[in-house]
Structure formats: C-alpha cells, structure tokens
Write a protein that binds this ligand. Structure first.
Ligand SMILES: Nc1ncnc2c1ncn2[C@@H]1O[C@H](COP(=O)(O)OP(=O)(O)OP(=O)(O)O)[C@@H](O)[C@H]1O
Ligand SMILES: [Mg+2]
Length: 369
C-alpha cells in the first residue's frame, strides 16, 4: 500500500512517514525557473537541517486557490515523496532498533542495510526516515533544548574510500576541522568525541556498495565503520546497491556486518503481489499528487501495464517519467497526461534499454530494404 497524502511529512520516526519532498538539494525556488542560488548538500549538518525543516511540496488542498503556472512548474520539479512499503519498513525498523540499542553501551548496536537496484528509492527512504527522526527529536525536546544537538548524521562513502577519507567525511558533516597532517586515528578520535557530545542518535551511511573489504583500503574502511559503531552510541543504517551480492558481505568483515545488520529490501515494484498490485498503487499515488488543470484521474493507473514495462517497476524512472510528462503538458498548455505524452519522453538509459515496445513503429519496419 502506498500513500501520497500530503502535508503531514513531519511525522516522527515512530509514526509512518508520509508524503515529503526530499529534493531540497536540487529544489527550484517558488518562481519556477530560478533554482535556489546555493543549494546545500545534505551531507553537512547545516544542509541536512535545512532539508529536514523545509516544508514539503504538496498538491493544493481541495478548494484552494489555483496556483500560477510558475508555481506549478516548481511544484512538479520538486514533486512529492510517496510513502512506499520500503519507507514504512525502514521507519518501523529504525524506531525499534533505536529503542533496542538505547541502553547498549559497550558493543555495537544492531544495524540496518537498505538494499536494492539503482534508482529504487534507497536514498530517498533513508533521508525520509532521517528527516522524521530529526523532527521527532525537535518536537520531543523543544527547539531551545536541541540547539547544539545533532540527532541525525548522513554520510556518503566517497569513491575508492580509504579509512582516512571516510573518517574525513564524518568530520566534514559536523564541520570538525581536519588539519593536514592529522592521522586517521586523530580524525577518528575527534569524530567519536564530537558525535557523542552532539548526541547523534542515528548515523546513515549511503553508497555503502563502494566499500570492497577484499581490498586493503576497503578492509580498513570497513574496520573504521566497525570502530565507529562501537564508539558512537548511535544506531547505524546503511544503504547501497544490491549489497548482498557485493563483496561487502563476504569474508571476516562481511560476516561481522551481516551478523549485526538486518536488510530492508528496496526493490522494483512488482506489477502483482498476491491479490495486490503494488505498482498500480504507486502510479495512483503519484497521479493523485499531480496539479494539472485538465488531467483525467484514472488515466495513469489504466496505463499501469505500459508504465511498468517502460520503467521496469523502478520508482526513480516512474517519478521521472510522470514529472517530465507533467512539465511538458504545463509548457504546451494541454495540462493533461496521455499515453502519447508519455511515449514522447525518453527516459534514463537503464529504463530505455529494458523497454522494448512489442509493436515496433511501422516506419522502422517498412524502411528496411
Ligand atoms: N518514495 C518516493 N516517492 C516519489 N519519488 C521517489 C521516491 N523514491 C524515489 N523517488 C524518485 O526516484 C529517484 C531516485 O531515488 P533515489 O535517489 O532515492 O534512488 P536510489 O536507490 O538511492 O538510487 P541510486 O542507487 O542511484 O543511489 C528520486 O530522485 C525521486 O525522484
Ligand atoms: Mg542513492
């Protein structure tokens, strides 16, 4: 079951997250065609805080005055975040593990790994849950008491990460100064000290598939993460592409990770699962979030089999297709998405490679000698 109900996205981690826009780092400003001058990255505390506290994009409530073309262009550029089963599962698991680990001070707490193919919504799920956790923390303790506190950290594993570059990423998130000549151990000590002092409760590490513990630097980075999990009293959540099939889970270090982490599967949406139709539900939720004057509700769910073929059930490709179609119809003034609109849009390479229309256009077959 997916849900696109807008406007309640500041739900705490202990409630199911709902629609929220997570694209503040690429957000357009309200006038639609001017992007924010300096979008902040969520990989720094300031950027993450700005992202977590920015009101989410939502379709207009019934009866609200019509928004201008520019506002609607900006809205479809940001668009909503649909509450997917993966986001639900992650939110529930994070909450449980945070409670479970609250008094576990000596050894590493149990962790979670969000795994799935590229563009399946792993980062979105992570950020959505991080955002909810941040807002729940502020609500529980009040803005004054939370000044100087950092409940959530979000770090990307850098390409070809060494333990030192990874430790530096952790330092960068909190603005911990790293002088040239500092050893990895010194950076790690500063990170553990500052994260503990700031009261970090949830550490999210994205792009974890970049770590390959079979290489020396990869093994050292994996050891660093293990070290951090034991020294920072937080719950760790990782996200990466198909991690169970990568070297991350093999060998001694893989066993250490697999022995502590449970998996949250962020797979492509199947067309059918028992009696339910998860992909059609997702399409319905996205259609309900459109803000187009002449769009006929029900058109997109009817096209679910075609959309599933085009996107292979990947939420990233579907969101792109629908958002791009919406913007196209706003620009040409039709404000109504049809199969013809969708046919005219070229998607990401992965989706285009997968999609082979059953009926080839006549012009191609007849043009053959
Ligand atoms: N729950 C959601 N609701 C609406 N759109 C979503 C949702 N999840 C993902 N998307 C869309 O899919 C795109 C890709 O999502 P995301 O970056 O989270 O995927 P990913 O699995 O982290 O990809 P990668 O493997 O490349 O890192 C996003 O830019 C967003 O447009
Ligand atoms: Mg990602």
């Amino acid at each position: 079951m997916v849900n696109a109900s807008p406007g309640t996205s500041d739900a705490p981690a202990d409630a199911s997250p709902s629609t929220a826009d997570l694209s503040t780092s690429a957000a357009a400003s309200a006038d639609g065609d001017t992007p924010d001058p300096q979008p902040q990255s969520v990989t720094t505390w300031d950027g993450f805080q700005a992202f977590a506290t920015t009101p989410v994009a939502a379709p207009p409530p019934p009866g609200a005055p019509r928004r201008s073309l520019e506002e609607r262009l900006a809205y479809h550029s940001r668009f909503v975040t649909v509450r997917t089963p993966a986001i639900d599962a992650l939110a529930k698991n994070v909450r449980t593990l945070m409670i479970l680990g609250r008094h576990q001070t000596v050894t590493a707490r149990p962790s979670l790994i969000v795994t799935g193919p590229a563009g399946a919504g792993k980062t979105t799920a992570l950020l959505q849950v991080g955002r909810a956790c941040h807002l729940a923390h502020t609500r529980r303790h009040g803005a004054a008491a939370t000044a100087g506190r950092v409940p959530v950290a979000y770090v990307l594993v850098p390409p070809a990460a060494s333990a030192k570059t990874l430790a530096t990423e952790f330092a960068r998130y909190l603005g911990i100064p790293v002088a040239t000549g500092m050893s990895q151990a010194q950076i790690t000590n500063a990170v553990c000290h500052t994260y503990t002092a700031a009261g970090v409760q949830l550490v999210m590490i994205d792009e974890i598939h970049r770590l390959n513990p079979r290489t020396t630097t990869g093994a050292q980075s994996a050891d660093l993460i293990k070290d951090l999990t034991e020294r920072i009293g937080a719950t760790f959540v990782y996200a990466g592409i198909d991690v169970t099939t990568t070297p991350l889970f093999t060998g001694v270090r893989g066993a250490q990770l697999a022995g502590r982490a449970s998996l949250v599967d962020c797979a492509a949406f199947p067309a059918r699962l028992g009696d339910s139709e998860p992909f059609r539900d997702l399409v319905k939720a996205m259609e309900a979030a459109l803000d187009l004057r002449h769009h006929r509700p029900g058109t997109l769910p009817k096209l679910a089999p075609y959309l599933h073929e085009r996107t292979a059930g990947r939420i990233g490709s579907l969101a792109r297709l629908i958002r791009q179609a919406a913007v196209t119809t706003l620009v040409d003034g039709t404000e109504r998405i049809t199969r013809t609109t969708l046919e005219a849009i070229r998607l990401d390479h992965l989706a285009e490679q997968h999609y082979r229309p059953r009926t080839r256009p006549r012009s191609r077959s007849t043009s053959a000698p």
